[in-house]
Structures are given as C-alpha cells and as structure tokens.
Design a protein around this ligand. Structure first.
Ligand SMILES: [Zn+2]
Length: 344
C-alpha cells in the first residue's frame, strides 16, 4: 500500500520531469495529489521544481486552508481545487508552462481541432483554451465549464493544466498536450492542419467512452459491472468492497463518490492515490487506444484541410475578439508572417 511518503516521492518525480523537460522555469508550475480525508498534497510556492524536498510539500483542504507543512501554497492552488471539487474521479493535477503549448495559448491560436486520432481518444476532440481571466477567482470560474468534458486545457496567456486518476496520467496528458502542440506547429509550417472526417471523430469519441474516458466513459466505469443480484451471498459484497484490486482502490472510491462532494471521502488515508509505486498496466487505468483498434484512417481530402496559420490569423473576425483576443490575433499574425517568410 502506498504511504504518504510514497505520494511525496511521486510528486517530486513529476516535478523533476517538468523541470528536466523545460516546461517550468523559475518557480513556475505546480503538482497536487488527492490524499484521503479531503486532504490535498501540494508543491510549495517559491521553490524550483528541481529543488523541492520531501518535507517542503504541504497539505491543504479542499478550500485551500493549510493543514500541514512549513512552506506556503502556490497562488494557482484554486485552479487545482476547482478540478478536485468538480471531478471526484481526479486524483492528481499538473500545471506547467510547456513552451509550444503555451505559445499557442499566448498567440490565441488554440489546439481545439480534432486532427489526429490518438489525442481525440486520450483527450477528446481538441484541447480547448480557457479564456483569459485575472488570476484568482475569475480564472477559476473561467476554468469550471471545461472540467466535465476535458482532461487537459490550455490557459490563455498562461500555460496548460491537466488532470487524471493519478499523477502519472495527469503528467502524461501534459506530455501529450505539448506533443500535439509541437506537431501542430510543424503542420502549420508545412501548410496547414487537416481535420479528421466528422464520422471518424464520432467513432473516436465512442472509443474514448469505451476506454472509460470522457463523461460517458466515466459514467459507465462508475456503474456496477453487473446489475446487483437480488440476494447476494452474505459477506461477498463486503469482501469485494474491501479487497478490490490495487488499482481499483482509488478510482473505485472516486466512482462511488461521484455526485457527492469530494470532502465526503473517508476520513483516513484510505486507498492511496495510484502513483509510480503502484503503477502498472491493469484494468484500473483507462486504456487510451489500442494500436489498430480503429482501422486505417484515410488522409483528409484537400477540402478538409484547414487554412494556413496566416489565413487563420488574418481571418479572425475582430468583432468576435475584444481585448485579450485581439492582442492574441496580432501576435498570431506576427507568427504567421514569420512562418511564411514575411509574406503574410
Ligand atoms: Zn502558471
């Protein structure tokens, strides 16, 4: 069973990955993990992700009140807590500023296009950009509408936020966001991003649900595998509840808590969040896409190709973009000009 020390080590592992990959600088980025009893383990403010010590992590409750630790919580904690409050299935949240994804978020160009099959299954049809709002309560309110449908978002003018059933899944989603951003940038440089045919997006959406991902998939995963027997043998149900598989622990608990406030979780550490210490392929980790599961994906016809970055930037309707978005468009045009050799 994972101890709190294991959980602390796991957070430090993720922090180092973020730093090694250059996705955080200075004191940027933060990682949290749900512990039992409504406690959240969090990275401290003011310390590089490369230098945090185990005892510098702190614990807070779901309202952000500090429960333990000598350090101070980071200012973006409210974003993480909003995720935990609205998504009982989530046990870890990662925030970073991966340069390419953040560049898209800054330029207002977005990644919300279903262009490649695998990210559609893993993250949904596109990675949305949460509109810019002043850091704090406004930014948290802006994030809220995206939590039900998505597992990773860009934050306009800021960075990216991802979440999952454990730190590994939350981290891998951040990795995928940055990977998609890098590929998309290259595609724009080469002429445009072909959109997947709508019927394929629908099939991929179904694959996503089948893998236990997305709202429908989560509902299915949380539902009992078999209808309850009218008269279960005494003790059998209890045995299952107490002795579920290692991976089922955190997620099964979360599933039962669906619809109830996360603060109603058991008061004691209980089943640990899954992490590197218990990471293993198994029924608990939603499968994201089996190779070849969807058959060959046809190349989109030229008519389905998106316009180039220059055209996207130039076509942005000013009326629909006030303030922040307008500045994003200007920056987008600058990038488009650079990409097209100054002919934009
Ligand atoms: Zn940030």
């Amino acid at each position: 069973m994972q101890t709190e020390t294991d959980a602390r080590k796991e957070i430090l592992r993720i922090c180092r990955l973020l730093w090694e990959r250059g996705w955080v600088a200075n004191h940027d980025g933060n990682v949290t993990m749900r512990l039992g009893g409504g406690r959240i383990l969090a990275t401290p403010t003011g310390i590089s992700k490369n230098r945090i010590a185990l005892d510098e992590l702190l614990t807070v409750d779901l309202e952000g009140r500090k429960l333990g630790g000598l350090t101070r919580p980071f200012s973006e904690l409210g974003l993480h807590l909003r995720v935990y409050r609205l998504r009982p299935d989530v046990h870890a949240v990662v925030h970073a500023h991966p340069p390419t994804a953040t560049g898209f978020a800054l330029a207002g160009m977005g990644l919300d296009i279903p262009a490649m099959p695998e990210p559609v299954v893993s993250l949904g049809p596109g990675i949305p950009t949460v509109p810019y709002a002043f850091p704090g309560a406004d930014a948290e309110a802006a994030l809220a509408p995206f939590l039900e449908q998505h597992d990773a978002v860009l934050l306009a003018r800021h960075g990216a936020l991802s979440w999952g059933v454990d730190t590994e899944q939350a981290y891998l989603r951040m990795e995928l966001v940055e990977h998609v951003a890098r590929i998309t940038l290259v595609a724009y440089q080469l002429g445009g991003v072909p959109v997947l045919p709508p019927d394929h997006v629908e099939r991929l959406r179904q694959a996503r649900s089948k893998a236990g991902l997305g709202p429908a998939g989560r509902r299915k995963a949380a539902a009992p595998a078999h209808p309850p027997a009218p008269a279960a043998a005494p003790g059998r149900g209890a045995g299952r509840a107490a002795g579920g598989g290692a991976g089922d622990g955190a997620r099964g608990g979360a599933g039962k808590a669906a619809g109830a406030p996360a603060a109603a979780l058991p008061a004691q550490p209980g089943p640990p969040p899954r992490s590197a210490a218990v990471r293993q392929p198994g029924p608990s980790h939603p499968r994201e896409l089996e190779p070849g599961a969807l058959g060959p994906v046809p190349v989109a016809p030229p008519s389905a190709r998106l316009p180039s970055a220059a055209a996207v930037a130039a076509a942005a309707p000013p009326a629909a973009r006030a303030g922040e978005a307008e500045l994003g468009r200007v920056i987008g045009e600058e990038i488009a000009r650079a990409l097209s050799g100054g002919q934009g």
